[in-house]
Design a protein around this ligand. Structure first.
Ligand code: NAD
Length: 338
């Protein structure tokens, strides 16, 4: 079985390559190497799985990898510009990478390989900043609570695209579902919460858990945007890959659908709680600078995973503490490339 992974040397792509190769898939990667640090992932991948093929190209240049696209039974579409901040500074770049690139990919699938399964990595940002939700400030635990949504945010939540990133990812999320409706393509959308783990090149703009951990390891200043009470449900990358795997195996149930996926309530932490965890695990404190919160930043997002669980039998497996240990171990071993 052949899989094409766009954004293949990125964080999720590198983990996906290792995961699916181990399961016997032949994996081909497409990536334009635009993400900071991903050339190191490419090098690590070449060492770990020497037979992996990488096409160094833009995702929108489908003619440059058409032969691989035609042969693939699954296309895992991860390529894209991933930071809200960058999308605001350079909306054209965001549009080209995310919307135009994804549209060209979808069209190439429709014309040349309509039987392929397409898994799309969408985002919880399609729900906007959820400012209409009433939140309680839990001073003791240093976090917000959304008492009206005890099970988290479900797929019925109103879509609300904020920021160019929200618009480009949200538009592709909709195109994916529409190409299933209109052209019978076998597309599946995952609206991902905060994913973390090894091979994540966290920077201030995106990949905050890895960025926080890196600042701790290197003993550098950490800037927090907002008061740090913002809550995210953290999902270890292996658990996400297991959901992709199940969605492929049960494509009759998943094609044409969008699923929220995250660590859920039991793996939800505020920025300040993550800082506390790192202080304990690394055994030191670092200076923290608080700045104004950023556009579109959700104060609270916890994914309601029940649709995914009931459809696929999926559930989170990696507890937060274990996942953090695995991220830190990887970062300690890669200190020179952080
Ligand atoms: N990591 C998360 O927490 C998270 C959450 C929600 C959604 N997502 C989505 O999941 C996908 C993968 O995220 P990630 O965390 O692995 O990010 P990442 O930045 O590590 O990986 C994305 C990869 O895409 C490549 N890329 C960017 N633009 C490209 C283009 N035009 N053509 C070809 N390659 C291009 C980059 O070089 C990078 O290797 C993204 O689409 C992202 O929006 C991630």
């Amino acid at each position: 079985m052949r899989m094409l992974i766009t954004g293949g040397v990125g964080f999720i792509g590198t983990n996906a390559t290792l995961y699916f190769q181990k399961k016997g898939w032949t994996v081909h990667l497409v990536d334009n190497f635009s993400r900071y640090g991903v050339k190191h992932n490419a090098r690590l991948l070449k060492n770990l799985t020497p037979d992996v093929q990488i096409t160094h190209q833009d995702v929108g240049a489908t003619d440059k990898y058409l032969a691989q696209l035609k042969k693939a039974s699954v296309i895992l579409h991860l390529a894209g510009q991933t930071a809200v901040t960058t999308s605001i500074a350079q909306p054209q770049k965001d549009f080209t990478a995310n919307l135009q690139g994804s549209f060209r990919l979808l069209e190439a699938v429709r014309q040349h390989n309509p039987q392929a399964i397409v898994i799309y990595a969408s985002t919880n940002k399609v729900y906007g900043n959820l400012s209409q939700h009433q939140l309680k400030k839990d001073e003791k635990n240093k976090r917000y609570e959304d008492t009206c949504h005890p099970d988290g945010i479900g797929e019925k939540e109103q879509l609300n695209f904020i920021s160019p990133y929200g618009c480009s990812k949200g538009a592709v999320d909709q195109y994916m579902q529409d190409y299933a409706r209109t052209y019978n393509l076998r597309t599946v959308v995952f609206r991902q919460s905060c994913i973390y783990g090894p091979f994540q090149m966290g920077v201030e703009d995106q990949g905050w858990v890895a960025h926080f951990a890196k600042q701790f390891l290197l003993g550098r200043l950490l800037t927090v945007y907002g008061n740090g009470y913002q809550v995210r449900d953290l999902l270890f990358v292996d658990d996400l890959l297991q959901a992709y795997d199940l969605a492929i195996k049960q494509i009759d149930k998943t094609a044409g659908h969008a699923f929220n996926i995250g660590g859920g309530k039991e793996n939800s932490y505020s920025l300040l709680q993550v800082i506390e965890t790192l202080e304990k695990k690394i055994g030191k404190s670092i200076p923290v600078d608080f700045q104004k919160s950023r556009l579109g930043d959700q104060k609270y997002f916890v994914s309601d995973n029940r649709l995914l669980s009931s459809t696929l039998g999926w559930q989170t497996r990696t507890p937060y503490s274990t996942g953090m240990d695995r991220l830190l171990l990887w970062q300690k071993n890669q200190r020179t490339i952080l």
